[in-house]
Design a protein around this ligand. Structure first.
Ligand SMILES: Nc1ccn([C@H]2C[C@H](O)[C@@H](COP(=O)(O)OP(=O)(O)OP(=O)(O)O)O2)c(=O)n1
Length: 194
């Protein structure tokens, strides 16, 4: 079943989402507006970490191979950000990888689905829809494409994707039990592994 705000709050107090905001934040203390983050009715909007954002680049003669990922196909973070680290620029028709600011610890009977936020969707950004599995822990790597013909700003420390939580019967083999390869992801972009 899809879980509500009360359930999310309760699980967050047990460590499911950290740091956690128990309400939707739309403005900072200085009254500046932000792309919203925090608890919503049936989900939780996580923030984009300022730590790292990597953008794919085409190098003639190379191919991105999920079984043998070559980091040379990514621009260094410095080329994607401003000097204050408060935002990243995702150029038109390009694809980038960021990392979540919050650490997650998913219960063994829950699957999480990451979906895009409407404000960014209206600017041409598509968040790749991906699951975070039962028993997984770490910082999500976030996969964003800019499908528009204009470059787009993506704000660090502000909302980036919404998580929805689906609870089921307990599974017999969790991500932890099967020793999944992306367990305990650090707060940096984690590239495709085999
Ligand atoms: N936006 C997302 C979504 C999920 N994850 C993490 C949490 C998931 O539980 C885990 C998924 O890992 P898998 O090992 O299941 O990934 P694949 O199914 O793609 O693995 P494989 O290449 O073995 O098919 O990645 C992430 O970092 N960022």
């Amino acid at each position: 079943m899809l879980k509500n705000d009360e359930w999310i709050k309760e699980k967050a107090s047990q460590g499911m989402i950290s740091p956690f905001e128990s309400q939707q934040i739309r403005r900072l203390e200085n009254d500046l507006p932000v792309i919203s983050y925090g608890l919503s009715s049936f989900g939780y909007d996580i923030r984009l970490s300022p730590n790292e954002f990597r953008i794919f680049r085409h190098i003639p003669g190379t191919i991105v191979d999920p079984k043998n990922f070559n980091p040379a196909n990514l621009e260094p973070t410095e080329l994607c950000t401003d000097e204050t680290g408060s935002y990243f620029i995702l150029p038109a028709h390009s694809y980038g990888l960021g990392v979540a600011l919050e650490k997650l610890d998913i219960p063994d009977n829950v699957t999480v689905i990451c979906i895009g936020k409407s404000t960014y969707a209206r600017c041409g950004l598509i968040a790749n829809i991906t699951p975070a599995e039962a028993g997984w822990r770490g910082y999500l790597t976030l996969e964003i494409s800019n499908s528009s013909s204009a470059d787009c700003k993506i704000y660090a420390n502000e909302g980036i994707v919404q998580l929805v939580f689906l609870e089921g019967d307990p599974c017999s083999v969790s991500y932890e039990k099967r020793k999944g390869k992306y367990q305990e992801q650090p707060d940096r972009v984690t590239l495709a592994r085999i």
